[in-house]
Design a protein around this ligand. Sequence first.
Ligand code: ASP
Length: 331
Amino acid sequence: MQRRKFLKNSGALTAGMLATPIIAAPSDYEKNQKPIDTQSNATIPIAICTWDFGNATAKAWEVLSAGGSSLDAVHQGVMVEENNLDNQTVGNGGRPDRDGNVTLDACIMDKDANCGAVLAIQNIANPISVARKVMEETPHLMLVGKGAEQFAYEQGFEKQNLLTEQSKKEWEEWKKTSQYKPIINIENHDTIGMLAIDEKGDIAGACTTSGMAYKMAGRVGDSPIIGAGLFVDNEVGGATATGVGEEVVRTVGSFLIVELMRQGKSPQEACEEGVKRIIAKNKDKQDFQIGFIAINKQGETGAYCIHPGFTYRTYTKQGHVNNPSGSYLKS
Ligand code: ASP
């Protein structure tokens, strides 16, 4: 639905005349809007996420199909992976930093551009819930490290040891060589970024991760940074990222993709351009993975990555699908 502002011309309210509604000139965004293409994949409500996290999108769909908000859908959806001990790159059970500490990053953004984030928080299994509390209960957007942890306890969150036996064993193995090399495959990159549109047409997003395995203590990537790992503009759409966060931050990737959609690109075209901007800054070095997913206001989706192998989940009335993403490099 295109937004239109109707202003009453009170000056025209003279005897015998009806008030004439004046339609404000459409904004540049509105002028660029294409009519909904019924042949496209556009549909709402919808939940999408990075990678093949079917349980997470199923949870989000449960919320959306019961008439819930996109904010609740993305919050509850990504929490499924934070609580999944087998997922070693998100939440509880995440791989630790090089000192053996599990530090988590998360952010959330709603239809009104309200947002909250926690960075490098320890001992709390659901950083996305703390990020939402930051958004709703504080005048701030981001809380970091000890301050974030302290705030979580004040909000009633429980202290938990997040280092599982499996992650501890792998970290001890890693310490034998201590080789720090971001690896391009799924095993090391399964940050969950999720975007949803509810039946009212409102968009929200969430992103949560334990970051790069064996990172330096204190390192934070793109995932909890609004504009980099996640961005939502309820007028246009949303985008979120997975992969080597340093590279996503350098181009403010998710914000860029939303802005490209505002200028008229489809989610697919915008994701492709986002990846190409990163490639352009790394002409000699492409041995890292980045994957973007995006959604526009109509519910059309897109995804693109550097190396083949990235997929993204969509859940709509039409079904629940793991979609392959196109890639810049073909092998
Ligand atoms: N983007 C995350 C980070 O850089 C990592 C990932 O997606 O695997 O912290």
